[in-house]
Design a protein around this ligand. Structure first.
Ligand code: BGC
Length: 458
């Protein structure tokens, strides 16, 4: 059955509002991954951290995120998307307060892991929840609101950190300032928690639970009664063909879905975005820029990320996922090759490095940034969507952990040129993988996508 959505019937205002509320989870994601960048210097002095402990204080969040993403799937298939998002908001808020009040670094690590679990849960379930509630023709854009929120969160925290750092003298920054940077996270955490109480549960999850009456009421609010009836029949039909066992992921076309989800998740990280996001000022300092100039350049990176995420939102349901991934990975590869070349030849004094780092960030922002989270939320069958998405999400966070841990080691070991060329090779692999394996999912309902995998030869 064809579930293409009639634009005129879609209550875009309602579904956009619901998606915006869910996307606050992305804001927390951006806030929490970037807040440490402004705080870590003061914490080093406060707690006398050596380089190992510094690395641990930064990366323990990702360990929490891996754990959270791992559990999010199974728990959300069982208890629902909405309840788990509320839990994520609670964990995030507890983590924020806990990170603000520790007297020892171990207490801090525990609090960050708790917050990280919340981030892992919300990073997995926000895209999935929006994908399950959004009409097919707007799904790309609506799910990508999550990425927009991540980027806004990252940019906002740079300003929060700077404002806090300037609010007192150096001694105050070391004793107290950094605590505010973490503690202020309670505000978006609580807002997320309260607003979540107002949004509906995912209609697809409700139908799977046998609560079709509620599901159809929600679909009706989104698309009108007639379309809702068509959709619910389609969802029922799909669910009938699903076993609900994870074994399904290793059969027929679903194997390819799993491959696409996990490989794209890893490629999103190993192409090096967070080497730039987490270490940008250090990279710019290597080009000879002073501290102030390197911080300004970092702010420009944030602005470019934001602007091109908006461009992606505009394009994603028009030109499709695959074309954007191809253009994006090609441009990422080219810019990384040039950045590597600049370091190789020592030609780093001019604007070359900045310009091509910005091109890389722009290319990532229109492609692998939003689209990977979107694709992993839309390609799996409904009964196991939570668990399957979680596998890809765990792979993504683990790859993030590996890249952010090894980047400084690579820089001092093999040097900047080879490090950026390694990321360039990964971008070329990303291009080839997209070209040969990734299918286009633009405009298709989730049930349509499921049938597409089913049609693959066993
Ligand atoms: C990635 C993050 C990254 C962010 C940058 C997200 O899609 O998952 O790791 O920091 O984009 O904009």
């Amino acid at each position: 059955m064809n579930t293409s959505i009639q634009a005129s019937r879609t209550n875009l205002g309602f579904v956009t509002l619901v998606s915006i509320v869910a996307a606050i989870g992305g804001l927390l994601f951006g806030y929490d991954t970037a807040v440490i960048s402004g705080a870590i210097g003061f914490m080093q002095q406060k707690f006398n951290l050596d380089s190992v402990m510094t690395g641990w204080a930064v990366s323990c969040l990702m360990i929490g995120a891996i754990i959270g993403a791992g559990f999010a799937g199974a728990l959300s298939d069982r208890f629902g998307r909405k309840r788990m998002l509320v839990l994520a908001a609670i964990l995030f808020s507890v983590g924020s307060i806990g990170s603000a009040i520790p007297t020892t670094i171990s207490q801090f690590v525990v609090a960050r892991v708790v917050g990280g679990i919340g981030i892992g849960v919300s990073s997995t379930l926000v895209p999935l929840y929006i994908a399950e509630i959004a009409p097919a023709r707007y799904r790309g854009r609506l799910v990508s609101l999550n990425q927009l929120a991540i980027v806004i969160g990252i940019s906002a925290i740079y300003f929060v950190n700077r404002t806090v750092a300037n609010a007192g003298g150096p001694a105050w920054d070391i004793s107290t300032g950094w605590r505010w940077m973490f503690g202020l996270g309670i505000a978006p955490g609580l807002v997320f928690m309260l607003l979540l109480l107002l949004v509906p549960e995912s209609p697809r999850w409700l139908e799977k639970q046998g609560r079709g009456d509620t599901a159809i009421r929600i679909l009706e609010r989104i698309n009108g009664l007639q379309q809702a009836q068509l959709e619910i029949e389609d969802i029922r039909e799909s669910l009938k063909n699903e076993t609900g066992s994870m074994g399904q992921l290793f059969q027929g076309g679903f194997r390819i879905a799993l491959l696409v989800g996990v490989v794209l998740a890893i490629l999103q990280q190993v192409t090096g975005i967070n080497a730039i996001m987490y270490y940008a000022p250090e990279i710019f300092k290597k080009t000879g820029a002073g501290t102030d100039a390197s911080l300004t350049q970092t702010i420009i990176v944030g602005a470019v990320n934001l602007i091109f995420t908006l461009v992606s939102l505009w394009l994603i349901d028009r030109v499709g996922r695959k074309v954007l991934l191809l253009i994006g990975s090609a441009l990422m590869a080219i810019s990384l090759l040039v950045v590597g070349y600049a370091f190789h030849t020592g030609n780093t004094a001019g604007p070359l490095v900045l310009v091509f780092v910005l091109l890389f960030v722009a290319a990532f922002a229109v492609s692998f940034g939003p689209i990977v989270w979107l694709i992993i939320a839309e390609i799996f069958p409904t009964r196991i969507r939570g668990r399957a998405t979680a596998i890809a999400s765990v792979a993504l966070w683990a790859a993030d952990y590996v890249v952010s841990q090894t980047f400084p080691v690579l820089l001092s070991g093999v040097g900047s040129a080879i490090t950026f060329w390694m990321f360039a090779i990964m971008s070329i692999i990303a291009f080839l993988f997209t070209l040969s394996v990734v299918p286009e999912t633009k405009g298709r309902s989730l049930e349509d996508i499921e049938r597409m995998w089913g049609a693959f030869k066993r």
